[in-house]
Design a protein around this ligand. Structure first.
Ligand SMILES: [Mn+2]
Length: 417
């Protein structure tokens, strides 16, 4: 209590300066934490100003975030810079002015955030609270609500709970005492049925035909595994969403979901239960045609469509390799006598990073440690006559991290912060 009391005092003081004449705009880079923090700030300002609008400077496309806005009735609108003149004052939460081009030149009166401090101090804000040691801005806002003796309504409490949950990956990735206590307190007021509904909003309606393709094409592979072919997809994220779905099927030890993503590239997304090293399997199946690798439970391979022999369908090519390839020895291979302990670090790195990025969209992201350690090793050229490409393709990381989280939309940049 005492540790944050000066902050609460500052907030109280700031609240006294609010004027009924002023129209406020809260700008956010929309993700669950930002949306929740904006709702909380709006609640704190309620009845003390003429109007408060919440505006987002990015698009929202993730199904769970769309569900959050919809079920919690969050009044967020797209920011239109030409309307800036209709506001007297601006606030930003869960971001700082230097984070986004649309925020850069706006004179903010209030900044509350938990991302790292800016390179140069921000001048001009009446209330400035940036604490990188906190797991979520929603946790900071919870402390303010408590200090101001505001009991959050169920929808606000649910939003903040979801904000904390998302930013900390349910306390698996980050989150300290402040976040934990905030979470406990908010839980008393939140609507758990709505929270569950949001958590379960993993798919968009327009993705359903892909699932139908996945079920129709599903074939068993090497005993307890399976593969599904989705054909052309607009983004490899969709392959990730479908592959993640299959991890819920008990008895399926691993799944490979593949399709043709942009630019004639075949992408194979692997998910496993950990009973076998799926990263090594991805490597074994596709190392010689593109980039392939990952971790024990997550992996990814990418190769150009041109690597598929003439007269063979890409799905046959993928299946044949999945069924017949043997794992490569982890120790030195004849073609590369200087080999370290890992096979083909260069390829592994790109694919492992991509696999890690994919994982950001799942509830339990794997650590990036493997990818990083591979990165630190010198890249070794693989001598192979079958190689199509000398250099591993850098696959685009999946946008969805809540944090982490796809960047055509809100998550793309920061979903996982
Ligand atoms: Mn945040």
């Amino acid at each position: 209590m005492s540790a944050t009391s000066p902050l609460v005092a500052a907030m109280r003081q700031w609240r006294h300066t609010l004027s009924k004449e002023e129209r406020w705009c809260i700008l956010i880079v929309a993700d669950p934490d930002a949306l929740a923090a904006a709702m909380a700030l709006k609640r704190i300002m309620q009845h003390r100003v003429k109007a408060v609008d919440i505006m987002r400077v990015n698009e929202v496309t993730r199904p769970d975030n769309l569900a959050m806005i919809r079920y919690l009735h969050i009044p967020v609108k797209a920011w239109q810079p030409e309307k800036a003149a209709s506001y007297d004052r601006f606030a930003v939460v869960d971001s700082q002015p230097h984070h986004h081009v649309s925020l850069k030149d706006i004179p903010f009166s209030l900044v509350i955030d938990h991302h790292p401090l800016p390179p140069e101090p921000y001048e001009g804000a009446q209330l400035y609270d940036v604490r990188p040691d906190v797991g979520a801005t929603s946790s900071m806002m919870t402390r303010y609500l408590q200090g101001l003796r505001i009991t959050p309504a169920p929808l606000l409490a649910t939003a903040m709970l979801y904000g904390i949950r998302t930013d900390t990956a349910a306390f698996e990735r980050s989150g300290g005492e402040d976040d934990f206590r905030a979470y406990q307190w908010l839980s008393r007021y939140a609507d758990t049925a709505i929270l569950r509904r949001i958590l379960r909003s993993e798919y968009l309606r327009e993705w359903l035909p892909l699932f139908s393709r996945a079920f129709r094409s599903l074939v068993d592979c090497r005993g307890a595994g399976a593969q599904a072919w989705l054909g052309e997809v607009s983004s490899s994220d969709l392959l990730v969403a479908v592959a993640d779905f299959f991890t819920r099927v008990h008895g399926l030890r691993w799944i490979a979901v593949s399709g043709i993503a942009a630019k004639n590239t075949v992408v194979v997304i692997f998910r496993g239960d950990g009973s076998r090293d799926i990263g090594r399997m991805a490597d074994a199946c596709f190392y010689d045609v593109g980039s392939a690798g990952g971790h024990r439970r997550l992996a990814r391979a990418e190769f150009p469509l041109s690597a598929v022999p003439e007269g063979m369908k890409p799905q046959e090519f993928v299946l044949r390799r999945l069924q017949t390839r043997k794992l490569r020895a982890i120790t030195a291979r004849p073609a590369a006598p200087e080999a370290g302990t890992e096979a083909a670090p260069a390829e592994k790195t790109a694919a492992a990073q991509a696999a890690t990025a994919d994982a950001a969209s799942t509830a339990r992201p794997e650590k990036a440690a493997d990818g990083k350690s591979a990165e630190s090793k010198p890249a070794r050229k693989t001598v192979s006559t079958r190689r199509v490409r000398e250099h591993p393709r850098r696959s685009t990381p999946a946008p969805d991290s809540h944090g982490g989280r796809g960047n055509a939309d809100e998550e793309s940049e920061r979903e996982n912060d």
